[in-house]
Design a binder for this molecule. Structure first.
Ligand code: PLP
Length: 400
């Protein structure tokens, strides 16, 4: 199987972790030898309610018995998609009322960028250095990491960059700017939070020049940071909100939400301004609806902040120099990329899943399911400390 995996399935890196998955339940993934791995990654912030949450599984099974794909996006009235869009609206400010459902986060970013161009008649897009918004051509065009996109140029023209949290750069947002697209908390860059009312200042500048503000909440959204949406921490409502990952509860989804006035622009000039066959798929929408209901009705969201404190209390070690992030979107920083690599691989051997961030090689991703228990957090932290002790010993004996 491992040979076939490498031979037939296209790879994205030369050294995939290659765990052979058997099944997954709650906070654990099991390999084919039935070894349990405590999951501190949640499929990269996607499995909000852990693995195979009964409410998500039931919603999927019930929908499977009714209908699967019946028509392209937006033509027929399909209850799961309608209810999902309505529940999103109920939990958002009035100006974010109408949602377009897509198959992935990157696709939702594409839709949002197109909407901003269509609405403003402008072409310039401003993004942030070290930003990640997805891997399709448009989303990659606004990725702020040249090394990973050079080989794919030419990309979208008229994209400029600002540095996240740098207020002096805001002057670059002008009357030529269609939109500014930012992650509410920068993910791949190293879980960088906005400082000093930064997002409010971006909002103010966008309003002044008539540019739209797109906030990418594909990672921080759906309760991960202690609010349903990250922007609620920062007093800044975007014109277009982009979500994904954790919204699906383990199923593939993306969404962009805006006012009806904005969203209705996709209906004409040209008509069919953004179309998809499978976006809003009934089974996916049913899973997302069950996930969103559970997140908004339970006390999982306030618990994320308590759980963050537990991580911060237990992850104290000379090789952890900083813990960045908010709620259950945390990055433990080690002194070097080598130590980070050793820790991630060493923890996998010990039955704990950790992962990297895209552009910050010293960071260790800690984004567990929101449903993780306090005992599981302590158990996982102890594994991290044990592996770090081993690494520390190895380095001190090699320098002695
Ligand atoms: C902030 C952000 N934007 C966009 C994306 C792309 O989403 P997807 O992988 O679902 O296309 C990701 C995925 O990692 C992300 O973290």
């Amino acid at each position: 199987m491992a040979d076939d995996f490498l031979k037939y399935q296209a790879q994205t890196s030369p050294h995939p972790l290659a765990m052979k998955v058997s099944h997954a339940k709650g906070s654990y993934v099991y390999d084919v030898n039935n070894k349990a791995y405590l999951d501190f990654v949640a499929g990269v912030s996607a499995c909000t309610l852990g693995h195979c949450h009964p409410k998500v599984v039931t919603a999927i099974k019930e929908q499977l018995d009714s209908y699967l794909h019946v028509m392209v996006y937006g033509e027929y009235i399909q209850e799961p998609a309608v209810e999902l869009a309505k529940l999103l609206a109920k939990n958002l400010p009035n100006s974010l009322e109408k949602t377009y459902l897509t198959n992935s986060g990157t696709e939702a970013i594409e839709g949002a960028l197109k909407l901003a161009k269509r609405a403003t008649g402008r072409s310039q897009i401003i993004s942030a250095n070290n930003a990640y918004h997805g891997s399709t051509m448009g989303a990659m065009s606004v990725m702020g990491f040249e090394e990973r996109k050079r080989a794919f140029r030419p990309l979208l023209p008229d994209v400029s960059y600002i540095t996240f949290n740098n207020e002096e750069d805001l002057i670059k947002i002008t009357k030529k700017t269609a939109c500014v697209v930012l992650e509410t908390i920068q993910g791949g860059a190293g879980f960088i939070e906005p400082q000093n009312h930064y997002l409010e200042k971006v909002r103010e500048r966008c309003d002044k020049v008539g540019a739209l503000l797109i906030l990418d909440e594909i990672q921080p959204g759906i309760g991960r940071t202690g609010k349903l949406f990250g922007f609620e921490h920062y007093n800044c409502v975007p014109d277009i909100l982009v979500t994904g990952k954790g919204l699906g509860g383990g199923m593939p989804i993306g969404a962009f939400t805006a006012s009806s006035k904005l969203m209705d622009l996709l209906q004409d000039h040209p008509k069919l301004g953004h179309i998809t066959t499978f976006g809003g798929h009934p089974v996916i929408a049913a899973a997302a609806l069950a996930t969103l209901k559970e997140v908004t009705k339970s006390d999982l969201i306030p618990q994320t902040l308590e759980k963050e404190q537990l991580f911060r209390k237990h992850l104290v070690h000379p090789l952890i120099v900083q813990i960045r992030g908010k709620g259950l979107m945390l990055a433990a920083m080690t002194p070097s990329a080598d130590i980070t690599n050793e820790l991630i691989l060493g923890c996998q051997d010990e039955g704990l899943i950790l992962f990297w961030l895209l552009f910050e090689p010293k960071a260790i991703r800690i984004t567990p399911p929101l449903t993780i228990s306090k005992d599981e957090i302590i158990e996982g932290c102890q594994i991290i400390l044990k592996v770090l002790d081993k690494i520390q010993k190895k380095y001190s004996s090699s320098t002695n």
